[in-house]
Design a protein. Sequence first.
Length: 332
Amino acid sequence: QFLEEQPQGTGGPADQNVRGVPFELVQYEPVPAQFLPEPLPRCQDPLPWEKRAAAERQREEARKQQVESMRKKKKTFVNTLTTAVVTVATAALDAGAAVVDDFKDSQLPGAERRFRRYFPGFPREKLYGEYEAKMVMSPELVLFGRFYVTSSFFCFHAEQRNKYTLFMLSLKLIVSIQKAVVSKPPAGTPPNFPPQFNIVPGGKFPEQAAGAPAVKYPKMDALVIYTKDCMQHMFYGFKHFDELYALLDYQWRNPAPEYLSPAQAEAQAQAPAAAPAPGQAPAAAAPGPAAGQSQEQLAAQQQQIQQQMAQLQQMQAQLQQQAAELQRMQAP
């Protein structure tokens, strides 16, 4: 059910950190559940790839409307030509932005590489998202790390304060996923202790009656996952909580999860595995790729768009100069 093991070999993240101090493997201690709550209704929020497709359709429709509006307007030849260049430049910029808009904020560079490095024993798992948050490791310890939603698992990896852990929870063992808010523990509680978790009934706050005083609800960014062995697993501090929940709920209920083919798994295994050492920030890179795109493909695509934009700006400047020349020639 769970994987909490130290990778074998030397030089790995579990051996020592960048200062040469040995890492301590943290054993996970799940909390027994007093009862197993009923699952929440199926999440109706759009999934990341659905949001991307909808955004691309909206951009394309807006571009078509803009082009059609320009055609209907009566303009001089010079103004029409200049406007056409501006329209093309705007369309090219929108097309590039549409590729990465939905993953621009939520996905960090190198997610695929990190997942393959920390969980090498599952080559055919398809990675759907990586999210930073905190996990309650025991009644006295919380670790900050990265969560991974894959075809069959909800995974967690953390390296913090010379502590190291790996965690894999099979989605088939989950019986209920509950949304929650956290509150500060009682006064005098050590700072490394976890906060108090408060389950939100039904997964949403009550609607406010018309005319009633506004009620400010706390931020909902925590999950309590209940498993078949009557244990509860607590996570909180998700920056992109709604997206993470929609994705996790979808994969948990998915009766036919998708896996990488043997050829795709082999390609992932042969991909460059360079990764920053524990404790070092990753190098700057393009936003995480959409499904089916590698980091290299996305970087090349963005570089091509930038080159096209530079060329279009040069063309626009030349056309503006020509327009000025024509206006001077037409002047009496």
